[in-house]
Write a protein that binds this ligand. Sequence first.
Ligand code: HEM
Length: 235
Amino acid sequence: MSSAVALPVATASSHPGYFLLRRLQSLTGILFGLYLCVHLLVNATLIQGRNPDVFQAQVNKIHDLPFLLMIEMSLIFAPIVVHALFGIYIMTNGRPNVGSYPHIKNWFYLLQRVSAVALLAFIFFHVGGMYGWFGEWLTFDKDRAFDSTVRHVQANPFLYLIVYPLGVIAGTFHLANGFWTAAIAWGLTVSKEAQNRWGWVCLGLFLFTTACGFTALVATFIHKKAAFAAVAGAQ
Ligand code: HEM
């Protein structure tokens, strides 16, 4: 990262384990980012409707994987917990430098932190809701994947107008900007030209993943009536 982008975490960075922890935070961010791309792509299949139910077919493929719990724990759950915990540590020890360097990269630096805080709340609600912590209406049912997902998102206007649109944008921005900074951290984009080229790829990734997220959101509007009727019929 160029010196104009971020201020170093002065006191903490002198700690011997700090470099390794920072690399671990970067690696776990990349791992979870790759998972997020797949997750949003699978969700976008909601737009294909329920006849045939392509979304249910994707969910079945995932749930048919051997060692699913182990895969979920090691490749999804552990990375995001490590990433978020160390992310909180970084945020509470760094400070935004938008005022000192009024440059777009500095705004991205600040937005990376703003989106991180939004994601903490969003991921807690999203995972908790899907696992049934907030009542049956928000719970995901893997055998009725399509209807329960539509029911979850369309449960309340606050969810489909505010929480999910903002949650998707926070996730896709943080993912794309994170991939951009990670390439610098790992020494893959050293020159300004390389950073610019990779910036275009990350912009493409942002647009594509955001389009996937919003495609899924639009699908919940299109199929709301049928999904609610199916859920009511099953009760
Ligand atoms: C959708 C979920 C998330 C994904 C895909 C993700 C991914 C990433 C990636 C790839 C990076 C770049 C790492 C680097 O520059 O080497 C990053 C940075 C960061 N993430 Fe996340 N992250 C997510 C959620 C969170 C959450 C919940 C927090 C909560 C604290 C967080 C805090 C941070 C912080 C503070 C940075 C900046 C680190 C720095 O400036 O060096 N992230 N994230």
